[in-house]
Design a protein around this ligand. Structure first.
Ligand SMILES: [Zn+2]
Length: 288
């Protein structure tokens, strides 16, 4: 089962968020019919979005939007503080590999931006944008945290896709220096850089995230919380009815006259919602 673990390391000077997201990645593959490279990029984006969501407060939420002008197009993911995530990509049928490894950089491109939109339930959304530096998501999000949040971080993300086009493993870790961290803490993090190079392997070797944490920081941590994580889309017929209502009377009348019905597909979970003539008339009437 997918879950996420939060811990403090070295007397609270370092925080670690660690998650395994294999089921989430497989759910995304199934919903969107992702080919291996698209699955790798989507899996990693869903993972970092979950890790960042876990840093939010109760009712807050965030959207991560990545566009490197590569063949996959846009990669979008929404996450919240409760371990729920959903996402999609513009072009799911993408596959590039190089030397036997999935090639994220060619898939994403590196001429574009990462946007992080946080809904902190304030008057306005908090939006920060950083240029994509490399097309390697772990590196690019490390840069994001430094630029946008002034937080030195070490991030590693890993996905392995099997021959049958399902994920064998997916997950990631973010290690961050807390205010008050010392030179000792920086050294402790730097020492992990090599170990974290192959995240898939680390996750495959440890079924429990607790054991992975123990390998990285033997006896030098305090686990704060573990929580289940899942691919979840909160869409509903009601939410799409509200969407149709925003089209306005004239356009809804046009749909009724031309098609007599409407069919809406959720980008995130591919659920299809049908509206018949009567339902469309109702939506229109409620506008008056
Ligand atoms: Zn949906």
């Amino acid at each position: 089962m997918d879950y996420l673990l939060k811990a403090l390391v070295n007397d609270g000077n370092i925080r670690v968020y660690l998650t395994r997201t294999t089921d989430i990645c497989n759910k995304a593959i199934e919903i969107h019919d992702l080919w291996p490279s698209a699955a790798s990029v989507m899996g990693k984006t869903l993972t970092i979005t979950l890790l960042m969501g876990a840093m939010l407060k109760d009712h807050e939420a965030l959207t991560v939007k990545i566009d490197g002008n590569g063949p996959i197009g846009q990669i979008i993911a929404d996450g919240n503080a409760h371990g729920e995530v959903r996402g999609y990509v513009s072009n799911p049928h993408i596959h590039f590999s190089r030397a036997g490894k999935l090639d994220d950089v060619t898939t994403i491109g590196y001429n574009g931006y990462i946007d992080v939109i946080k809904d902190l339930k304030l008057k306005e959304m908090y939006i920060s944008t950083v240029p994509l530096q490399t097309g390697s998501l772990a590196k690019d999000f490390t840069h994001y945290f430094m630029e946008s949040e002034q937080t030195p971080s070490l991030i590693s993300l890993g996905v392995t896709i099997k021959e049958d086009n399902t994920a064998e493993i997916c997950g990631g870790i973010i290690i961050q220096l807390m205010p008050g961290a010392t030179e000792d803490d920086i050294v402790l993090i730097e020492n992990q850089e090599k170990a974290l190079g192959d995240m898939s392997n680390l996750l495959l070797r440890h079924e429990r995230l607790e054991d992975l944490l123990e390998e990285l920081f033997p006896g030098n941590y305090e686990i704060l919380e573990t929580m289940p994580v899942a691919f979840k889309c909160p869409c509903s017929k009601e939410s799409f009815a509200r969407g149709i209502a925003t089209l306005g009377k004239v356009e809804i009348t046009e749909i009724i006259e031309q098609d007599g019905k409407a069919e809406v597909v959720c980008h995130y979970c591919r659920s299809v919602y049908h509206f018949d003539k009567e339902e469309l008339e109702n939506i229109k009437e409620n506008l008056q």
